[in-house]
Ligand binder design. Structure first.
Ligand code: NDP
Ligand code: ZN
Length: 357
C-alpha cells in the first residue's frame, strides 16, 4: 500500500509499505477524509519529537472499516467511522487513573504518526476498535466530521481544562483551527467575554462566528498589554494558549488574574536557545506563588469522546465545517494539502482531503 511519510527530519515522500495486520480486537480502516495538522509540521520540519524514518504521517481521519478482528463487537467492514487522533490503551494504568492520552508514558496515547504509521495511507491500523472508533452519524458532512478527531477534541479540552465559569472572561491566544475550536468550547462552557488573538482574516471571521467578542492582533503591540488595557487592568479569568512561540507563556501569565487557569494546548516545537526551555515570568507568576495554574493536556481520544463531539455538531451547537477553507479531492492531493499547512497562506484555516471510495 501507498502512504505519505516522514522520511527523516525535514523531508516527506510517498512510500510503499505492507498493509498492516489486524489483531483480534483491532480494525483495519481505509480513509474517507483526511486532514493534515500543524503537529505534523512540528514533527517533520522542526524535528520536535526527534527523528523518524519512513513513518507514515497523519492522525486526523474519517474512514471506512475494511477488516475487523474476531473479538470486535460493534464494527464491521463497510461501516463509516470517526477515527480519534489519540487511540489509548484503555486497559492501562494511566487510563484507569483518568489520563488515557498518556498511556505507556508521556503522550503515549498518540500513536498515529508518532511511533506507529499514521492515517495518510491506503489502509491504517486501529487498536481496540470497540473503544477507539465511533460511528460517523448519518448526515454529518466529511468536512465537519474530520474536524472531530483532533481539532474539536483538543480545542474543547483547552476550554475544559481552563475551568471556565459562566460569565468568565477568557483569552484564546491563536486562532488557527485549534484556537477556533477552543473559542467554540469556551462559549459552550458559558464564557462571557472572549478575546481572540490572531490576524488571519478567514480565522477572524470564524472566531466571531464561534463566539469571540474582541479580536486582538499580536502585531499591534504587546498582546498582554492590549488585553489588560481593554479589561481596565484586571486581566482575564482564563487563558487558552493555542498558538505562538515559546515566549507566549510570558503573555499568558501576565494577562491572567489570580485564581485563573492558563490552559496550554500548544505543541511547542522548540524551546528557547540551546537550553530548550519554556519561559515563565518570575514576578508575573508571583515568584511562584500567584495562584495562576498552568494546565496542559494532549487531545482526548477514544469512542465516547468522539460520540460526544458528534452530539455537539449534530445538535447544531457549532459548525466545524466552517474551518475547512481548502477542500481537495483525491488521496494523491495529500502532499499538496500538507505543504499548504506548512506554508499557512493568509486565507487558510484548515485543508481537508476527501478520498474517493
Ligand atoms: P495555526 O498555526 O493554524 O494557528 C496558530 C495561531 O497562532 C494563529 O492564529 C497565529 O496567528 C497565532 N500566532 C502566531 N504567533 C503568535 C504570537 N506571537 N502571538 C499570538 N498569536 C500568535 O495552528 P493550529 O491551530 O493548527 O494549531 C495550534 C497548536 O496546537 C499547534 O502548536 C499544534 O501543533 C497544537 N496542537 C496540539 C494538540 C494537543 O493535543 N495539545 C493537538 C493538535 C494540535 P495568525 O492568525 O497571525 O496566523
Ligand atoms: Zn493533530
Amino acid at each position: 500500500m501507498k502512504g505519505l511519510a516522514m522520511l527523516r527530519i525535514g523531508e516527506i515522500g510517498w512510500i510503499e509499505k505492507d498493509r498492516p495486520a489486524c489483531g483480534p480486537r483491532d480494525a483495519i480502516v481505509k480513509p474517507l477524509a483526511l486532514a493534515p495538522c500543524t503537529s505534523d509540521i512540528h514533527t517533520v520540519w522542526e524535528g520536535a519529537i526527534g527523528d523518524r524514518h519512513n513513518l507514515i504521517l497523519g492522525h486526523e481521519a474519517l474512514g471506512i472499516v475494511d477488516e475487523v478482528g474476531n473479538e470486535v463487537r460493534d464494527f464491521k467492514p463497510g461501516d463509516r467511522v470517526i477515527v480519534p487522533a489519540i487511540t489509548p490503551d484503555w486497559d492501562s494504568e494511566a487510563a484507569q487513573r483518568g489520563f488515557p492520552s498518556q498511556t505507556g508514558g508521556p503522550l503515549g496515547g498518540w500513536k498515529f504518526s508518532n511511533f506507529k504509521d499514521g492515517v495518510f495511507a491506503e489502509f491504517f491500523h486501529v487498536n481496540l476498535a470497540d473503544n477507539n472508533l465511533a460511528h460517523l452519524p448519518k448526515g454529518m458532512s466529511p468536512e465537519a466530521g474530520v474536524m472531530l478527531p483532533d481539532m474539536l477534541s483538543t480545542g474543547f479540552m483547552g476550554a475544559e481544562n481552563a475551568r471556565i465559569e459562566i460569565g468568565a472572561t477568557v483569552a484564546v491566544i491563536g486562532i488557527g483551527p485549534v484556537g477556533l475550536s477552543a473559542i467554540a468550547g469556551a462559549k459552550l462552557r458559558g464564557a462571557g467575554r472572549i478575546f481572540a488573538v490572531g490576524t488571519r482574516p478567514a480565522a477572524v471571521t470564524v472566531a466571531k462566528e464561534y463566539g469571540a467578542t474582541d479580536i486582538i492582533s499580536y502585531k499591534d503591540g504587546d498582546t498582554a498589554d492590549q488585553i489588560l488595557d481593554r479589561t481596565g487592568g484586571a486581566g482575564v479569568d482564563a487563558v487558552i494558549v493555542a498558538g505562538g512561540s515559546p515566549d507566549i507563556l510570558m503573555d499568558a501569565v501576565k494577562m491572567a488574574k489570580a485564581g485563573s487557569v492558563i490552559s496550554n494546548i500548544n505543541y511547542f516545537g522548540k524551546g528557547v536557545g540551546e537550553q530548550d526551555i519554556l519561559p515563565i515570568p518570575r514576578a508575573g507568576w508571583g515568584f511562584g506563588m500567584a495562584s495562576k495554574d498552568i494546565a496542559t493536556g494532549l487531545c482526548p481520544g477514544g469512542r465516547v469522546r468522539m460520540e460526544r463531539l458528534a452530539e455537539v455538531v449534530m445538535h447544531g451547537r457549532m459548525d466545524p465545517a466552517l474551518m475547512a477553507t481548502h477542500v481537495f479531492k483525491g488521496f494523491d492531493k495529500l502532499e499538496e494539502a500538507l505543504l499548504l499547512m506548512k506554508e499557512k497562506p493568509r486565507d487558510l484555516i484548515k485543508p481537508v482531503v476527501l478520498v474517493e471510495q
